[in-house]
Design a protein around this ligand. Structure first.
Ligand code: FAD
Ligand code: SF4
Length: 514
């Protein structure tokens, strides 16, 4: 009798989907392998909480697979036999265990996808890739949907997804009479409703922390190592989902764009780490909010539900499609030819600009900032100040708990920095202090005056904003939605213009001291 061939299956740190068909049956001829490697800790400078959360979640997942009866090889970062690279470790495990075939789940990053394609060409055994069974679209869906079009409008993709999955759709029409309640998602938060007590976990990761220190992995940000607040397994992820639905969903949409110095998470769900590691599936998150809405239509309005579902069914899947459509070119785009380095305060939070101090400070403390803080505070500032998109990309990829390139890069490079020249965003997401003042309470206690354009106390956003349009006029003049900006600029007195430009240049020469 010919012996049954043994198979090795690789599970990456962002593939912790215990509902995947791979794990539904135990087979003694299948061995799973997971590995903590320097290849992944070192490709960018990560937040310490991000490294800890990924490793803790991977270890918990390996335990879970073992409990389910699966065979698993888990390589810790400091195991003597760990070669610290995916390909070298896979070759060694195949060899040591006399394994006849290799299988992996499709990675979500271009970098890893290329590495696996290369590996497959040279492995001595047959190699097969399987779907992660996580996303609601396949990589190519978006490109096909937008085939032949110049711009990839999220709204049309989102409507297509609503119809495709029958979510908030009845007889082909949107429930509530509108596809999008975005206009009802723009309230400022001034304490109208109490903030929910955040659900923070007390995961003790001291052993992991010490291992990371011993191995001198370079990280950024702060942590209390016996109280890692992030969910590191499916049960904790489900608890966070339930907590969000009960405590924050009823007003999620209303305050979706609001910012306040009194809370670092407001009414956001903080589920992006659980989703991006695939501990939760997007569809179960959507199902949970729809169920809550069905149970409590009196408490939860359509604008809250639609606002939330748009993020998961729309933005998240759309960004993934953009990534696979525009890679690898997206990673080197720099439409404005911006070259300035990131100011040092992005690594310390040490700036007098109150909005940046809060957005960066909480990112360093919690590896988290919500969407509008990322887009309209840090991203807005980086674009106006002319920071090199490579540096901006690296910062976002390192600092956030949920930062995985497939979602980080299209959000940062395309959406926030307009580095792709506008294939994704219809116009650059920039604003003066007026927007930040309207959407937050940051300006109330800031040393700078949000209403002034120049002078010692003037908010830097204001002069940098006009300087941005002035210096990029040639590049932007054809974009229809920003003609009004140039008309406003042209109507300003010459003296005012020159004071604004001078002020902006002074700032640009000393960004570190703002
Ligand atoms: P909520 O605000 O409660 O939203 C619910 C969920 O919707 C999120 O968990 C997320 O899965 C999804 N979602 C919302 N907006 C987006 C979006 N624009 N793109 C994709 N999914 C979205 N998100 C990441 O997951 N990883 C990143 O690395 C990342 N980098 C970003 C960089 C920039 C410059 C910007 C502007 C946004 C970035 N985002 C990223 C999107 C968004 O900011 C985060 O998904 C969100 O802040 C996560 O917090 P939350 O779970 O509390 O989300
Ligand atoms: Fe930010 Fe300017 Fe407002 Fe200060 S005044 S918080 S720098 S927008």
């Amino acid at each position: 009798m010919t012996p049954v061939q043994k198979t090795l299956r690789l599970v990456l740190g962002d593939q912790l989907n215990e509902k995947h068909s791979w794990f539904q049956q135990v087979d003694k001829n299948i061995t799973y392998v997971m590995m903590e490697i320097r290849q992944e800790t070192d490709y960018v400078n990560h937040h310490i909480q991000k490294v800890l959360a990924f490793f803790a979640a991977m270890r918990a997942f390996a335990e879970r697979l073992r409990d389910m009866g699966h065979r698993i090889i888990y390589l810790k970062l400091d195991d003597p036999g760990n070669h610290q690279r995916l390909d070298a470790n896979i070759r060694t495990v195949l060899d040591q265990h006399n394994i006849g075939s290799f299988e992996y789940l499709l990675p979500d990053e271009y970098r890893l996808d290329s590495q696996f394609k290369e590996l497959a060409k040279t492995l001595p055994v047959p190699c097969h890739a399987a779907d992660t069974e996580h996303f609601l679209t396949v990589r190519e869906d978006l490109a096909q949907w937008f085939s032949g079009k110049k711009r990839y409008l999220m709204e049309s993709f989102y409507r297509w997804m609503r119809k495709r999955y029958g979510i908030l759709v009845e007889a082909g029409k949107p429930v509530g009479g509108q596809w999008n309640f975005d206009k009802k998602n723009r309230e400022t938060y001034r304490g109208q409703v109490p903030l929910p007590e955040p659900l923070l976990f007390n995961n003790d990761v001291r052993d992991l922390y010490q291992m990371i220190q011993r191995n001198t992995v370079k990280t950024i940000g702060n942590v209390i190592a016996d109280k890692l607040i992030w969910p590191v397994n499916r049960d904790q992820s489900l608890a966070l989902l339930r907590h969000f639905v009960a405590e924050a969903l009823p007003v999620f949409g209303t305050y979706q764009d609001a910012m306040t110095a009194s809370s670092w998470q407001l009414f956001h769900c903080r589920l992006s780490f659980s989703l991006n590691t695939k501990m939760l599936s997007p569809m179960e998150v959507i199902a949970a909010v729809l169920q809550a809405w069905e149970n409590h239509p009196d408490k939860i309005g359509i604008q809250q539900i639609e606002g939330f579902i748009r993020q998961i069914l729309g933005w998240r899947e759309y960004m993934r499609g953009i990534y696979w459509t525009l890679m690898p070119d997206l990673s080197v785009t720099n439409f404005f030819d911006h070259r300035a380095p990131l100011p040092g305060f992005f690594w310390t939070g040490n700036t007098r600009m109150n909005c940046l101090k809060h957005a960066i400070g909480q990112s360093l403390d919690h590896a988290y900032a919500h969407h509008i803080q990322r887009l309209m505070v840090t991203g807005n500032f980086a674009l106006l100040a002319g920071i090199d998109p490579d540096a901006v990309d690296d910062w976002y990829l390192g600092i956030y708990i949920d930062a995985v390139e497939w979602v980080e890069m299209p959000n940062t490079r395309a959406m926030s920095q307009f580095a792709d020249g506008g294939r994704v965003a219809t116009k650059p997401y920039v604003s003066t202090a007026r927007y930040i003042h309207a959407m937050s309470d940051y300006c109330d206690t800031c040393i700078y005056d949000w209403g002034k354009r120049h002078g010692k106390s003037a908010c830097p956003f204001n002069s940098l904003y006009w300087h941005f349009f002035h210096r990029n006029r040639r590049r932007l003049r054809k974009i229809p939605r920003i003609g009004m900006m140039f008309r406003t600029w042209d109507r300003m007195e010459k003296r005012e213009q020159s004071q604004i430009l001078q002020q902006a240049e002074t700032h640009q020469n000393r960004l570190d001291r703002l």
